[in-house]
Design a protein around this ligand. Structure first.
Ligand SMILES: C[S@@+](CC[C@H](N)C(=O)[O-])C[C@H]1O[C@@H](n2cnc3c(N)ncnc32)[C@H](O)[C@@H]1O
Length: 325
């Protein structure tokens, strides 16, 4: 079996479902083992816990083609990688190399730091997010078979995340760049087939930040007050569309009129959104930091910021709302 296929057959977490899965996954990797040394080590660490005290060595001897000593090396390697990975993530850098497989999307803390976009989640598109954000939202706030709606789908990262996690997805935009995105202008409301969905994923333009990249009818062309009125109506429409107990996630970056450290003014869309979503009847249930990477700024931006004592913004928040009544 090709390596990619074996990895795909593993559950999305680094851990297999049973010791039999662990055995199959490792043995099927065969001589390609080295390419996935980090994952193999992770599976063995899990299997050691599962087999219980003193039984792990015997389990390896009976089930795996390499020796317990080699297994110990894989486990030590995975533990070291974890330390390096944590260090890199702390500095906002990606963990490349041995673990570049899609198994690496799950986040257990409420800071979702992704240095790079997973290419299999959404096509290149102005303002597209790392699709791993959509994967986590869908993982935490829906179950298999649930209906997810993305009314401003862009390059379709939500659609691909839903496919991977077996959720149904209805995606819309005024600029349809894929066949599985249908035309709908969200300022006119949600299409009827979205009624009673479990999750609405909102990634609107961050006001006029990318206005030049979007079509003229985009909400990014609205004046600031009109844009805030649009968010207000959107919150009301979400409330009538999502089912009771369902969720709406709102991803937004603060909008600084100049630099983040200046008095040029800041419109905090997270707070503006909070006022409007709670007014519409939603309850805030989680706040997740999804920082942008510094790569969004050019060397020129950095130089200008330094020269003018300005601070560049990387803060981006995802607020999770629940329809409680
Ligand atoms: C930040 S992008 C979404 C990116 C997407 N999450 C991704 O990962 O590719 C915002 C999207 O909102 C869309 N949009 C703007 N105004 C809209 C409107 N009135 N109705 C529907 N979509 C709109 C834009 O065309 C753009 O694709």
């Amino acid at each position: 079996m090709p390596t990619e296929l074996v990895i795909k057959t593993l559950p999305e977490y680094k851990q297999p479902l049973s010791l039999e899965d662990a055995k199959l996954a490792i043995n099927q990797l065969g001589k390609n083992l080295h390419e996935h040394a980090y994952i193999v080590g992770g599976i063995l660490i899990w299997a050691k816990r599962k087999t219980g005290h003193g039984k792990f060595e015997e389990w390896i001897k009976q089930n795996i083609w390499f020796s317990p000593r080699t297994g110990e090396h894989f486990m030590a390697y995975a533990k070291e990688c974890d330390k390096v990975k944590q260090l890199l993530e702390y500095h906002g850098l990606g963990f490349k190399g041995v673990d570049s497989t899609p198994l690496n999307w799950l986040r257990v803390y409420n800071v979702w730091n992704f240095a790079e976009r997973d290419e299999s989640l959404g096509i290149e598109y102005p303002g597209n997010i790392p699709g791993q954000i959509a994967m986590n939202v869908i993982h935490y706030y829906t179950n298999e078979g649930d209906l997810v709606v993305d009314p401003m789908a862009g390059g379709g990262s939500t659609i691909d995340a839903c496919k991977k996690l077996n959720r149904r997805c209805l995606a819309y935009d005024i600029n349809c760049v894929r066949k599985d995105i249908q035309y709908n202008d969200i300022t006119k409301g949600f299409p009827p087939e979205t009624q009673d969905c479990q999750l609405i994923f909102l990634d609107p333009p961050y006001h006029n930040l990318l206005q030049k990249d979007y079509v003229a009818s985009s909400v990014s062309s609205l004046a600031l007050n009109d844009f805030l009125d649009f968010i207000e109506q959107l919150a009301v429409d979400c409330h009538t569309t999502v089912k009771k107990g369902g969720f709406v996630t709102f991803l937004c970056q603060n909008f600084y009129h100049k630099f983040a450290s200046f008095d040029g003014g800041c419109t905090n869309f997270t707070i503006e959104g909070y006022k409007r979503f709670t007014n519409a009847g939603f309850q805030l249930v989680n706040e997740i930091n999804c920082p942008q990477t510094s790569q969004v700024y050019s060397a020129g931006d950095v130089q200008l910021a330094k020269a003018q004592k300005g601070m560049l913004n990387l803060v981006r928040d995802l607020f999770v709302y629940r329809k409680v009544a």
